[in-house]
Design a protein around this ligand. Structure first.
Ligand SMILES: [Zn+2]
Length: 367
């Protein structure tokens, strides 16, 4: 909660600063008749709007889960980002059209010294705002703050270009206004498209950060009863709520009581360390290794011939049921997984006709 309040406070500073900049720049742009300055003002206005939408998104995202939305409202942040992207795209396109008109029918903008001072002051203010927002964003681990800080620093360059354009007009009485407007509007459109693509990608659901998945697997494997950790899935519902599952390999002589204690312990460790709610599935491994080890070696050798197989795990031989079972993880690029699985199954069955072979196809969810 405290973190959220600080993020919102920082965003509000950005909103206010941007609105002030918009007012001054819009004034200078309209009085002088410069499309690039008006574009710059609208660029700042879209920043203010996006900060407002981010704040609203965060407030909604912080809402407690309820019966209809038991995973909470964290994903609403992506929806608000998408909305912002669409608003900015609209702004960018209308600026592009206006700038093109200014190129076709150039008008010389009229600047005076106070206007140039206002533009210069605007650049300094935006620079300070960008640095402040980025630093706060890093401190608070907020991607949206860091992004808007970087955006503000980039806008410093944009505003500097408008200043250069204004100076050229002021000193030499020639104009590059339309062209500057065109470049700025193209940048605005680029930002919008990036925001839209990022938010859509998050809504679809992305592969989890490999740093986090490695750390979780390592922490799980640190328990001495765990012989292997596989099939980690993680679902993210906003920055503070991650739910997932993992399969662990344990010796088949463990009792339900021992497994109960172990899985409870792991769940607690992972929640404490990473704030992740983890469900744990069990794979047994043969405690008596003698004859099964030999079969396993053969299978491993066979599987090495298939470069698209990333991993084999969960190998178990049930001597009563005469059943060999294991899981295979394929590279997403492999399109013929079921055909290959059938091929492997047949090869093993040929060699060990007494056994039934059961191969499970796993998805490469995480690194
Ligand atoms: Zn598996």
């Amino acid at each position: 909660m405290n973190r959220m309040k600080r993020v919102i406070k920082t965003s509000l500073v950005g909103v206010l600063t941007n609105l002030i900049l918009v007012a001054f720049k819009a004034f200078v742009g309209l009085v002088s008749g410069s499309i690039s300055i008006i574009s710059d003002a609208l660029n700042n206005l879209s920043d203010a709007i996006s900060s407002i939408v981010t704040i609203v998104g965060m407030l909604l995202a912080g809402k407690k889960p309820d019966k209809k939305h038991p995973y909470g409202y964290g994903k609403i942040e992506h929806v608000s980002a998408l909305t912002v992207g669409i608003i900015i795209l609209g702004t960018g396109i209308s600026l592009l059209v206006e700038s093109a008109q200014k190129i076709i029918e150039p008008e010389l903008a009229k600047f005076d010294v106070p206007m140039l001072i206002i533009i210069t002051a605007g650049i300094f203010i935006k620079f300070l705002l960008g640095r402040f927002t980025k630093k706060r964003g890093e401190e608070l681990n907020s991607d949206s703050l860091v992004a808007s800080g970087s955006d503000a620093l980039f806008d410093v360059l944009v505003s500097t270009a408008t200043l250069v354009g204004a100076l050229i007009t002021f000193i030499f009485n020639i104009t590059i206004d339309g062209w500057l407007g065109l470049i700025i509007s193209a940048l605005v459109i680029k930002t919008a498209v990036e925001i839209i693509m990022d938010s859509v990608s998050s809504i679809i659901g992305e592969r989890v950060d490999s740093d986090l998945s490695f750390k979780i697997k390592k922490a799980v494997s640190r328990n001495k009863e765990v012989l292997g950790a596989y099939d980690l899935t993680l679902h993210q519902y906003g920055p503070e709520r991650i739910i997932g599952s993992i399969h662990i390999e344990v010796e088949d002589k463990l009792t339900a009581r021992e497994i109960h204690l172990l899985t409870r312990k792991i769940s607690e460790q992972i929640f404490e360390k990473f704030g992740v709610i983890l469900t744990i599935g069990i794979y047994a491994t043969n405690t008596e290794k003698t004859e099964y080890a030999e079969i396993k070696q053969k299978i491993e050798k066979l599987i090495k011939k298939y470069p698209s197989i990333l991993q084999m795990h969960g190998y178990y031989v049930d001597s009563e049921k005469k059943l060999i079972s294991f899981d295979l993880v394929f590279d997403f690029k492999e399109k013929e997984t079921s055909k290959l699985i059938e091929e492997i199954r047949e090869k093993i069955a040929e060699e060990y006709p007494k056994y039934t072979v059961n191969i499970v196809l796993d998805t490469d969810f995480s690194d």
